[in-house]
Ligand binder design. Structure first.
Ligand SMILES: NC(=O)C1=CN([C@@H]2O[C@H](COP(=O)(O)OP(=O)(O)OC[C@H]3O[C@@H](n4cnc5c(N)ncnc54)[C@H](O)[C@@H]3O)[C@@H](O)[C@H]2O)C=CC1
Ligand SMILES: O=C(O)[C@@H](O)CS(=O)(=O)O
Ligand SMILES: [Zn+2]
Length: 435
């Protein structure tokens, strides 16, 4: 059966992409030319901030002292879970060596990137949890030089809880800069920071586009832009929990899609009735975000059965995927495209967002078709090495000479010839390509 849209979105992640690209490219170009001064200009223009950019130790201590003890304890609890999950990831990655043929030993090493730039979003909300996710994971990976940046609030600076968290998790430097200017400062090495080898962290469409444009010149974790979330629910799901979870993630921003796929029309109807009520009950900023996201980006789709639900879900490749349906193991085995999966109503996306351990920096806008979320592995380069004895080199050199000649690469072939001649002077080799 064809999917039946009970609610179809007029907008998608591609809406306004060209305009975003134009804006971001202009800011990047200006900051590359103008350095610190141009970055400061944008901090003033976009975030109404002209204060100190690189936080001093005194400023960090003063900000930390403003964070109430219980909140500090909660942040430490979340940090501990994220750290333990990241350590398990690091331990799943191992160096190895293998003798492929006698005398030829090859190997893999995982080497952490030296210099990391962590973006911590802070425009609409104060994303303390994002500081935990990016900085902690870089630290566990073994990165030596970690810079974090986050948008200052007008005239005041970064939210104190973000400063406390970035420092707790191991940031070596904190910059009061948001958006494209923050990303540019870390990529280009402004304000005395070393240029980043890799930029990580989530952000709005401007931040995500800046990372995308800079990719190649620096590494990036992935395209982690406006949050999106999909729920798979069957007739056994609790409509109130489904509706609350959709609204919970729609509050991220006016462009944060939420999608519901179900094989039960009665459930869909109840959720469709509940969502506007839950949105109306939110505080003002959250309500405005969720209202626009629901109106412009949300979809509710009726499917024939769970197989059709799973297949359609893989096409969306959502950042967050929640299953509120029977037989969680079936879904775990069947689903293939998502950033992070939440099985059963006892867990929910917000748990992963804030405290449970698996990273919340995740691929958006369909990027989950080809990548997972932020992990220790994203900060590590998997490099290879090889060494050989003269006997081990012999068959490799023979094959190399002939393959190189077949390709027309005579210079390559001669690097093999010269070794065979040196190591086996009394042997003659047929190193020509067969005519
Ligand atoms: N994919 C993921 O893993 C996660 C994604 N997010 C997403 O991060 C985003 C956070 O967005 P925000 O609250 O906006 O904070 P943000 O920190 O990403 O962006 C704020 C900055 O945007 C810049 N900006 C605002 N308007 C601009 C304009 N017209 N032109 C150029 N620059 C402009 C300002 O410089 C400001 O500092 C949300 O979309 C949220 O869904 C958040 C957490 C995780
Ligand atoms: O996209 C995400 O992962 C966000 O939902 C994380 S948070 O809720 O902003 O912490
Ligand atoms: Zn969230």
């Amino acid at each position: 059966m064809a999917l039946r849209y009970l609610k179809k979105a007029p907008k998608t992640a591609a809406t306004d992409a060209g305009e975003t690209r134009r804006i971001v490219q202009k800011i990047l170009d200006e900051i590359e030319q103008g350095g610190d001064k141009a970055a400061r200009k944008y901090a003033l223009e976009l975030d109404k901030y002209d204060g100190n950019i690189v936080l001093t130790r005194d400023e960090i201590e003063a900000a930390s002292a403003q964070v109430p003890q219980r909140l500090q304890d909660d942040i430490r609890f979340a940090h501990d879970n994220v750290q333990r999950f990241a350590r398990a990831q690091r331990d799943s990655l191992r160096d190895f060596s293998v003798e492929l043929i006698p005398g030829l030993t090859t190997g893999q090493r995982a080497i952490p990137c030296r210099s990391v730039g962590c973006y911590v979003p802070g425009g609409r909300y104060s994303h303390v949890a994002s500081a935990i996710m990016t900085v902690t994971t870089a630290k566990v990976a073994g990165c030596q030089n970690i810079t974090a940046c986050s948008p200052p609030r007008p005239g005041v600076g970064i939210n104190p809880a973000i400063i406390f968290t970035a420092d707790l998790c191991g940031a070596d430097r904190i910059l009061s800069l948001g958006g494209v200017q923050g990303i540019a400062a870390m990529a280009y090495g402004l304000f005395g920071s070393p240029p980043a080898d890799i930029l990580v962290g989530p952000g709005n469409q401007f931040v995500a586009e800046a990372k995308r444009i800079l990719f190649g010149r620096v590494g990036i974790d992935m395209f982690a832009g406006p949050t999106d979330s999909l729920i798979l629910a069957d007739s056994g799901a609790d409509p109130m929990l489904v509706a609350a979870d959709l609204v919970g993630q729609a509050e991220h921003g006016y462009n944060s899609p939420v999608w519901l796929l179900t094989d039960d029309q009665a459930l869909a109807d109840k959720v469709l009735a509940l969502v506007p009520r839950l949105i109306a009950d939110l505080p003002e900023v959250n309500r405005m975000n969720a209202d626009a996201a629901w109106r412009d980006y949300a979809e509710v789709i009726l499917c024939a059965d769970r197989e059709e639900m799973a297949s359609a879900s893989d096409d969306y490749a959502p950042e967050h995927l929640t299953v509120q349906a029977a037989d969680p193991d079936w879904w775990l085995n069947r689903l293939q495209c998502y950033g992070s999966l939440f099985l059963g109503e006892e867990t929910t996306v917000a748990f992963g967002d804030k405290a449970s351990g698996p990273n919340h920096v995740l691929p958006t806008s369909g990027a989950a078709r080809y990548t997972g979320g932020l992990s220790v592995h994203k900060y590590m380069k998997l490099v290879t090495w090889q060494r050989a004895t003269r006997e081990g080199a012999r068959p490799i050199a023979e094959a190399t000479a002939r393959i190189s000649r077949l390709e027309g690469m005579e210079g390559h072939a001669r690097t093999a010839d010269i070794r065979l001649k040196k190591y086996f002077p009394d042997t003659s080799f047929d190193l020509d390509v067969a005519k």
